[in-house]
Design a protein around this ligand. Structure first.
Ligand SMILES: *Cc1c(COP(=O)(O)O)cnc(C)c1O
Length: 235
């Protein structure tokens, strides 16, 4: 299938999942995960109507983004190292995957220098996997007010990468856990958090049924990545 066909099919599956769960299709944003794919591919996706793209490596994004249509909008997804924060603040309109107070403080500092405010999503390690980045839920709840007090960041919600399982249904309990955690965060902060970034190529429909507002889709849209590890999230 061509990229245009993949895009149309994913959009229609998003639409169907929304209809099934009584949600407005406009409440779910497709983030096209373009890591490892060249600017020509991104241009073709933009020509097909896709606007939001996700990258997880600063080096790659720095080289690639200037070669892509300016209409494309970029989210950083995954773990960010503090020595890459300055570039991230410059290149991306949202940073998904903030997983410590240290990193949030560094983003705050760099955002101030750049005279910006940076929207971000806090990453949660929903299954408590030793190999994964992300906040432990208790730690997130304990640090939330301190994070929220940083003036140059805006907490827009939560994101998670549940353990890989070829059976999409097996991810449902993790998506629920993230949604419940967002409710708890909203109670602590006293404001609604609009975004829940969850669901990838294999399980985005289940994620939508559980309340995802951003689905991050790579393989189902662009095909297999050439060089990178399928679930690598380090920089
Ligand atoms: C690579 C990646 C995705 C996309 O994964 P696919 O299974 O190819 O859809 C989503 N989220 C993050 C954080 C990623 O690193």
């Amino acid at each position: 299938m061509s990229l245009a066909e993949n895009l149309a099919e994913i959009q229609s599956r998003i639409h169907a999942a929304c209809t099934r769960s009584g949600r407005d299709p406009a409440s779910v944003q497709l983030l096209a995960v373009s890591k490892s794919h060249p600017p020509e591919t991104i241009r073709a996706a933009v020509d097909g109507g896709q606007i939001f793209f996700g990258e997880n490596k600063i080096q790659e994004a720095k080289a690639k983004i200037p070669l892509c249509p300016s209409r494309a909008r970029w989210h950083f997804i995954g773990h960010l190292q503090s020595n890459k924060v300055r570039d991230a603040v410059e290149l991306f309109e949202m940073i998904q995957g903030v997983d410590s107070l240290d990193i949030a403080q560094e983003i705050n500092r760099r955002a101030e220098q750049a005279a910006k405010t940076v929207p971000l999503l806090l990453e949660v390690n929903v299954a408590g996997e030793a190999s994964k980045f992300g906040y432990a839920p208790e730690k997130l709840l304990a640090e939330l007010k301190t994070l929220d007090a940083l003036p140059r960041i805006e907490i827009h919600g939560l994101m998670a990468i549940p353990p890989f399982n070829p059976v999409a249904e097996k991810s449902r309990s993790y998506f629920r856990r993230l949604r419940d955690l967002k409710f708890q965060c909203e109670e602590i902060l006293g404001v609604p958090l609009p975004q829940l970034s969850m669901g990838m190529s294999g399980d985005f429909e289940v994620a939508i049924e559980e309340g995802a507002t951003i689905v991050r889709i790579g393989t189902a849209l662009f095909g297999e990545r050439v060089s990178s590890l399928r679930r690598a999230e380090t920089d």
